[in-house]
Design a protein around this ligand. Sequence first.
Ligand SMILES: [Mg+2]
Ligand SMILES: [Zn+2]
Length: 191
Amino acid sequence: MTAYQPGAVFLDRDGTIIDEVGYLDRVERLSLYPWSIDAIRAFNRSGFRVVLVTNQSGIARGFFTEAIVDDVHRHLAALLAEGGAHIDAYYYCPHHPDGRVEMYARRCDCRKPGRGLVDRAAAEFGIDPARSFVVGDRWLDVELARVIGGRGILVRTGYGAAEERRPPESFAADAIVDNVIGAAGWILRHV
Ligand SMILES: [Mg+2]
Ligand SMILES: [Zn+2]
């Protein structure tokens, strides 16, 4: 018998908790949605691990470096801390098959909807992916939820409103909500 492992909330970054600005290549361009702190604090209070999972192919494309992404995440963590919220871990995929930077230009298992980032978090924190939620503004975030056997919520911020108008044929979201605070409400009603 394996020990009980709780689920986590896997949050996309761009268009989900911060403004979608194309490729976020300077920390000055980071802009947190005003409701993101409340949403993350609600997850924290409810005992969820909160794990950020983001595709950052701009690294493979040569638009910015891993050091920039780390900087952005440090800054994001500081903004959240000011509001009494925290993200337990920040994971990103730096790869892309068509990248220009050789060391990142490859297929990988961590580019969403691949499950590599979730599996890393699951191993590190003892998370059960099947009891988890994925929140994001792209269908690939919802698809990641399908891949791990969890539940997927599309938010209408970022690309979400446009994504909602062209749903995929092979799967659907468990919920479509206006923003991450709406996702928090839905998740807390469904645990
Ligand atoms: Mg996004
Ligand atoms: Zn990857």
